[in-house]
Design a binder for this molecule. Sequence first.
Ligand code: ADP
Ligand code: MG
Length: 205
Amino acid sequence: MNKILDRVIMLQNCIIITGSPGTGKTLISNILSKQLHVPLVRATEIVTTYGLGSYDPESDTYDVDVEDLKKILLKVVNAPAVIDSVIPDILPQELVELVVVLRLDPIVLAKRLVSRQWKVKKILENVEAELLGIVTYEAVKYYGLEKVVEIDTTGKTPEYIAEEIIQIIKTKDVSKYQPFTVDWLTKYTDPMEFRRRILTMINNY
Ligand code: ADP
Ligand code: MG
């Protein structure tokens, strides 16, 4: 069968690309949407287009009305589609075929966030959330173990990661991508030392 046609019919429903900020959601979801020939929906674009967020200078973040975001997404999403969202539980279960949580070594992630010149508190919060695997936890809590996969993106090119996801959709073989197998806490055992490394990185930037 024609390779493109093969990919068009491969995805029946929506695929959510999620993960901590800086793990590569925007980059990977863009490649996937092109390769799978399905529309791309970015949660952050909906937030700005519909004015759903208010900026909180204290925390340097946008407070988003998630319920409003979910309602609008439901109206604009026409399955199949690729959804780029930092919040995993953004669409009802029945519209979602697969949730991909992009994981990244938190020290590598910290380097990316430091170069975004975020406030120290915001960098620490996000890097520590990645260390703990918060997004995977949230994704599994809502969609269940069967629909969620985790990919360790550390040291891989975006194209390689996109191909891994396409293979997961195609073969439905998720054995190498079970949630909670990426475990940064075994690698970074001392939380104070970990925090010191991040702070040094910020100070030296
Ligand atoms: P997110 O949307 O999750 O915040 P982005 O897609 O914006 O993440 O990526 C964050 C930064 O990291 C960007 O500068 C991007 O070019 C880079 N990046 C993303 N994925 C990779 C990768 N696999 N290898 C190297 N750099 C990457
Ligand atoms: Mg993004």
